[in-house]
Each structure stands twice: as C-alpha cells, then as structure tokens.
Design a binder for this molecule. Sequence first.
Ligand SMILES: C=C(O[C@@H]1C=C(C(=O)O)C=C[C@H]1O)C(=O)O
Length: 357
Amino acid sequence: MENKKELRSWLSNMGLSHPLVIAGPCSAETQEQVLTIAHQLKDTDVTVLRAGVWKPRTRPGCFDGVGEIGLKWLQKAKAETGLLTATEVANVEHVRLALEHDIDILWIGARSTVSPFIIQEIADALQGTEKIVLVKNPINPDLSLWLGAIERLYRADIKNLGVIHRGFSTLEKTQFRNIPEWKIPVELQKRFPDLPLICDPSHISGNRDYIFSVCQQALELSYDGLMVESHHDPDNAWSDAEQQVTPATLETIMQDLKVKNRVKDDGFHSSLTRLRAQIDLLDNELVNTLGQRMRLAEEIGALKKVNNSSVLKNKRWNEIIGKMTTKGEEIGLSESFILNVFNGIHQESLKLQEKVQ
Ligand SMILES: C=C(O[C@@H]1C=C(C(=O)O)C=C[C@H]1O)C(=O)O
C-alpha cells in the first residue's frame, strides 16, 4: 500500500473548515440517552455521532453493550439530527448488523487490531464496502501491526480508510490511561500523510481533565480529527464515566483549541508547526532521559561512598566518549558536538556524585 491523495477523499468530501469531530457516549445505554446526546451535539462542530453497542470489557460480568437495538437508536438519532453515525465492530456478526443498519462509520478497536486473524475476518466481511472504516492503534506500541491491519482492509478493496490514535497500554504509572507515544502515529503520518489521522483523547487520558491538552497536542501535530466521548450525564455513564465530558464542555473545548480552524496545507506555516511539535516531543524525551541518567549517577555516587572509591573514573569516561563519538558519526553527528554534549553531562554527573560523598 502506498500513500495516495485519494486516501483523504472521504474526509475532503465532508467539506469541513475545521478538523473532523466525532463525539458521543462511550456506550449506547437507552434510546432516550442516545437521542438526548445527539440533540445536544447537533449544532456544534460535531459531524459524527459515536456510540459503542458491543463493548469489549476487560472482565466478564460488566455491562457489555445493548447490542443490535443500539444501532436502531443511532439510526433514529441520524434521522432526527442529520449527524452521521459510528460504532465499533469486532467480529463478522457485528459487521453484518452494522451494514444492515446503514451505520456510516465502522471503527475497529485496539483489542481487535492486535489480531491479524480478527482483522482478516472483518476485512473479508467488509470486502469492497463504501463505508468509512477507521482502525484504532493496537494496544501494544507496534506500528507494523497497525499498518498491517490497514493493509488488510485496503487489500479487501476498502478505500475509505482512516486511523484513530487512542494510546498504548503500559505498566508504567503515568497521568494517562494509555500513553500516547506520539512518535508512533507521527511515523505513520510520515509514511501515509494522506491517510486521515484522528486522535481519541478520551482513551489516552482516561480522565476528563486532560482531554483539552491531548486534543491541543494532536492538532499541533496536524491530526485531521478528534473522537471525544461525550455524555449528557458523564458521572452516571454505564461505562468509562471518568473520561466523558458533557456536550457543553466539549463545545468549550472546541472553542478554546488554538489550531481549530487551521486547514491542512503544504505551506511554510503548517510545516513549521508540525516539525516544531515533533521537536517539542523529542526535547521532552531528552530531558526525561537526562533526568533518569542523573538519578543513576547519584546511585553510583552513593555506592562509591560506601566503598570508599573515587568519583572520577577516567577510563570508564573515555570508553563512553569513544563509543558515543563513533555512534554519533554513524548518524551524522560531529565529534565536537558529541564531546560538547557529553562533557556537559559528565560535569553534572560528577557534581551530583560529589554532593552525596
Ligand atoms: C557514573 C560514574 O562516575 C563518573 C561519571 C560517569 C558518567 O556520568 O557516566 C562516568 C565515569 C565517572 O567519571 C561511573 O563511575 O560509572
């Protein structure tokens, strides 16, 4: 599969002057709930109403979706509000029912994207469809698996494709429910700049307080759209209560987002913004890595104190410098640059170790 301008046709055909916004409850709960939310979202930037009707829950015994009847509520919501409809499909039966109920956008969840078997079955069931199919990233940070899923769908002659970035599972304790690992979707965007890329801040955040900042970051990276979970009574939602926002809050978020009306173009400004956003991500990583390195140096300093050993070890340091200048040269970094950076690091490392002596 190669990048092609046509990959974004379905999105361009929507003729939006702002990023695509897909919003709606995590789960369809009752007809009244779906219709209430749809009406509250109707006159906003939202184009597509989302609702899960089959919910892949981690453990059995939880609310696992209302099933087929939810598709009828979505249809009714579309008839009343004009919003397009979207739901998740995870097997052949879901695909059959979603197509039968004329759902406009089908998305494939992170837990399905991890399995080439499931993806192939879904691709076969969708063969040649004109519907829009969006593929969430797999739960593990594996770009090839994500690309593989898209390729399977593309080969099944499904041409209205897009991807949703919903973050990745991690054991690390972070503020996020699923860590963004922005470099993975950024790499996907580099390879397929015309494949519409949508951010799901709700699953990345797991907490409504971070929705705005995640949306802002996504727009700075030139994402094409946002999929935000929205419920008229979030605290009493039957699933994912903490990460849903009311339609009114969503509207405020949309108004406050800075790059809201920036249309994707090939001009200087958008390229500069996109590249600077990538530099910002790397700078963050650099500082985190430096912090981790200094904490290790402190541990070594404490160890040296107990063992009455000197702080400065020229032999070890020369080995490091030797390895790093060679590596630097391999990737086009000059010896003098590496020496400057690493001498700064060494000085700080020695200073911190002296402190614990
Ligand atoms: C951390 C150590 O102490 C000092 C600091 C070094 C570093 O920051 O890498 C390397 C050698 C020592 O001069 C060590 O001995 O490994």
